[in-house]
Design a binder for this molecule. Structure first.
Ligand code: MG
Length: 247
């Protein structure tokens, strides 16, 4: 069942989303060669707590970090720790915050110093695929119109979309119905309507779409170890157009 949110609930989710956005603003300044993923995790936790919120991922199914930090061929669910970032790396960071009972969830991929042309293009295409998705997020459209717009754009740019992990509804739970795949034909699934809130999160690989999980049972990497990127926003469907809550 898809839980429809009223305007008060969407306002609370916007408050949660703004905290997530602030974390990204500060992380962006901190992402330089030599910083460790653990230091980024500490910084994010400090900000989330300062804002009176809770890090949503800490302890989720036993996840040990406050945020997910995934470097280069790591796609999602990377565990923060001692690893330091090198010039030329890219890092995907996923941040979730729970504030007054509601969740905000977003992800960004950042460059570390100067990066390759391919890495730049991958980040840009992934970011823009989320923009393309936004154009579909109007009442009366179908859920899979979102999925199809992401896949079409990404494949036109000669990258691939991950099949195994998908976006999701969000609200009082971090993961609610419906699932929001980043691939598939248009015109399927439920019709979008005002008050649906979705975490749309294209995950894009430079090589094949196939991924696997490392022995830590968390870190998802591309099967061919190609670079990958991840952008996510929590977005409310409104009659006057989509509202991004994590900006
Ligand atoms: Mg998510």
């Amino acid at each position: 069942m898809i839980v429809i949110k009223n305007n008060n609930e969407i306002a609370l989710m916007y408050a949660a989303g703004k905290i997530v956005a602030r974390v990204f603003q500060e992380l962006e300044q901190a992402i330089v060669p030599g910083v460790t993923t653990g230091q980024l995790d500490n910084l994010a936790a400090k900000i989330i707590k300062e804002e009176g919120a809770e890090p949503a991922f800490l302890g989720y199914r036993g996840f040990p970090g406050n945020i997910c930090t995934s470097v280069n061929e790591e796609l999602v669910h990377g565990i923060p720790g001692e690893r330091w970032l090198n010039e030329g790396d890219i890092i995907s960071i996923d941040v979730g915050a729970k504030y007054r009972g509601y969740y905000g969830d977003a992800a960004r991929t950042f460059p570390v110093g100067k990066i390759s042309k391919t890495a730049q293009s991958l980040i840009e295409v992934t970011r823009l695929s989320l923009q393309k998705a936004l154009e579909q997020m109007w009442p009366g459209k179908y859920l899979s119109d979102i999925s199809n717009s992401i896949q079409t754009y990404v494949e036109y740019k000669n990258f691939s979309v991950v099949r195994n992990y998908v976006g999701h509804g969000i609200g009082r739970e971090m993961h609610e119905a419906p699932e929001v795949p980043n691939f598939g034909p248009p015109g399927r699934g439920p019709k979008l309507r005002e008050g649906m809130v979705l975490a749309v999160e294209p995950m894009v690989n430079a090589g094949s779409w196939k991924v696997e999980v490392l022995n830590d049972n968390w870190t998802v990497v591309t099967a061919d170890r190609s670079l990958c990127a991840h952008f996510e926003n929590t977005i409310a469907i409104m009659n006057d157009g989509p509202q991004i809550l994590t900006l």
